[in-house]
Write a protein that binds this ligand. Structure first.
Ligand code: ZN
Ligand code: ZN
Length: 268
């Protein structure tokens, strides 16, 4: 069985300090590819360095919506585009998106999101979308963008926690839906309802580590090896075998991010 963790932050101190043993465990768990998300372009050199060090780790570049009020400028958008074009280790733009949970910075978030959509479209890279308490606004922004371009934007709704109705909006927009440890939580029946309705060819798994560890590690530090638990719970919710779910989500991630599809971990 092989897996792809489509959303990690292993550069965070909680994981980077022990990166060699963390990597041993992801390889043991069958995690053969990973996509490293980026919260701020200031992290990019470090993340790119990790992706050069570990051949199975690919990276993204972008500005998290909760950083938009402090950091967003048009100049930063230019930098993000340059970073994205600078290396073939970069397989996505993000994470970008909208997070209205506690944030007052809607205007800056929307400006940053617009620029990320432009960059992703221009460079033909998929977007990693973070969306919290903002599904209607997010769907609206994507629809507006899609209506004026000839080749549709591609991307993934990461750490998805939306209702089945909201899930439908993003499936209609052609996006993939990625489930994280939250799908394993006891009170997450809405997320499992959404997980059941995603067509097999649009489904992805992720840890979003070091946050949101899946059951039975809930509340502890999360790491890429735990994507196996996410996949197991997701397969259970969908009444599928783990093997089938692992293989489908592997193939989907390969196709969305343009990753190599060779068997086994990529040799250093
Ligand atoms: Zn996120
Ligand atoms: Zn993230």
């Amino acid at each position: 069985m092989r897996l792809i963790d489509t959303h990690v932050h292993v550069n965070f101190p909680a994981l980077k300090g022990e990166i060699e043993s963390v990597r041993e465990r992801w390889l043991q768990a069958g995690v053969e590819r990973l996509v490293h998300s980026c919260v701020s372009p200031g992290e990019f050199d470090e993340i790119l360095g990790l992706s050069v060090q570990f051949p199975e780790l690919y990276c993204a570049v972008g500005l998290h919506p909760l950083e938009a009020d402090r950091q967003w400028t048009e100049g930063l958008g230019t930098q993000i585009a340059q970073m994205a074009a600078s290396s073939n280790r970069v397989v996505a733009i993000g994470e970008t998106g909208l997070d209205f949970y506690k944030s007052e910075s809607r205007r800056q978030q929307l400006e940053s999101l617009e620029a990320h959509m432009e960059i992703a479209h221009r460079l033909d890279l998929p977007m990693i979308v973070h969306c919290r308490d903002a599904a209607p606004e997010m769907a609206e922004a994507l629809r507006r963008f899609q209506s004026r371009v000839s080749t549709p934007l591609r991307g993934v709704m990461h750490c998805w926690g939306g209702t089945p109705e909201e899930t439908d909006w993003f499936l209609d927009l052609g996006f993939y839906i990625s489930f994280s440890g939250t799908v394993t939580f006891k009170n997450a029946s809405t997320i499992r309802d959404s997980a059941r309705m995603v067509p097999a060819d649009r489904l992805l798994v992720e840890t979003d580590c070091p946050f949101l560890a899946p059951v039975p590690h809930r509340g502890k530090r999360n790491e890429p090896a735990f994507v196996l638990q996410v996949a197991r719970h997701l397969a259970e919710a969908r009444e599928e075998s783990l093997d089938l779910l692992a293989e489908t989500t592997f193939t989907n991630a390969v196709s969305l991010f343009g990753l190599p599809d060779t068997a086994g971990p990529i040799a250093s």
